[in-house]
Design a protein around this ligand. Structure first.
Ligand SMILES: [Zn+2]
Length: 45
């Protein structure tokens, strides 16, 4: 049986970097905002 516990996060090619985590972490793009998957930082577009 396949065990799919670990989901891989897709790397974001474009977008801003997270001010908390540093330049290596990109913010995920949503409709009207950007968010960081690591620390939960959110930013309005
Ligand atoms: Zn972050």
């Amino acid at each position: 049986m396949a065990d799919k516990k670990a989901k891989k996060f897709k790397p974001y090619k474009k977008g801003k970097s997270c001010p908390r985590c540093g330049a290596g972490t990109r913010l995920a793009e949503h409709k009207d905002r950007l968010s960081c998957g690591k620390c939960g930082y959110m930013e309005k577009k």
